[in-house]
Design a protein around this ligand. Structure first.
Ligand SMILES: [Zn+2]
Length: 78
């Protein structure tokens, strides 16, 4: 009998929506963390915030992307 649902695949593939979510987080994170402040302002995504805030926001987005990726691929438990 092979009724056990115990065939956990370690290299779980990311869903398309998961990849899109991560891509958006990475792009936004990179934009805030790496782009010059002039670009933030001229692009309209500066929201009148200081660049320090942009940097923090960028790293949070990148960290969120990494955490989400780890979760989606089963690198972290739960
Ligand atoms: Zn900025």
């Amino acid at each position: 009998m092979t009724g056990k649902p115990n065939n956990f695949v370690k290299n779980q593939k990311l869903s398309t929506s998961g990849m899109v979510a991560i891509a958006i987080l990475v792009i936004l994170g990179a934009f805030y963390a790496l782009a010059p402040h002039d670009l933030h302002i001229s692009s309209g995504f500066g929201y009148g915030l200081e660049h320090t805030i942009h940097l923090v926001l960028g790293f949070i987005l990148l960290a969120a992307a990494a955490a989400y990726y780890a979760k989606q691929t089963g690198m972290m438990k739960k």
